[in-house]
Write a protein that binds this ligand. Sequence first.
Ligand code: GDP
Ligand code: MG
Length: 177
Amino acid sequence: YGDPSQNIDYVFKVVLIGDSAVGKSQILARFSRNEFSLDSKATIGVEFQTRTLVIEHKSVKAQIWDTAGQERYRAVTSAYYRGAVGAMLVYDITKRQTFDHIPRWLEELRSHADKNIVIILIGNKCDLENQREVPTEDAKEFAQKEGLFFLETSALEATNVETAFMTVLTEIFNIVN
Ligand code: GDP
Ligand code: MG
């Protein structure tokens, strides 16, 4: 998970947004430390985690920001979005409401963030297939319409978490190069 001695070529700020309890903090824990906890407490204090990886022979430090329990509508401040070049818009595939709120999060993102920000829509908790309330097709269609990348993930089983981050980071990398 990153060699701190190497020189950093790029730092990319990526923000996690979406309703409370969709799994944002666990997605970040999986990506930054390869950890997962089933009884994660509300995130307090920690603003971001980093992980350095290599993309096309360059070392890229991903600085991933996590909301500290500010998920209520319009509670996330503009400082959170400032300088972000990527965003992960997360919902829970077992909670329809969290998907229904995505347009709202997208609107907030678009009004605060840079207009060229790279956005991926993420349907998390895909390990809970038997509790699914959001069909993959609905999300895929929405993502297509809005021009977003889309993946279903499981922070629990580590499904697609790496791919989701790599999708965003590689796209950002390609834009700046
Ligand atoms: P946040 O409020 O969006 O940061 O959500 P958390 O990361 O704190 O996760 C909320 C709850 O969902 C916790 O109990 C997690 O253990 C659980 N959770 C997170 N990701 C997954 C997942 O991929 N699968 C399952 N089954 N549970 C998850
Ligand atoms: Mg959290």
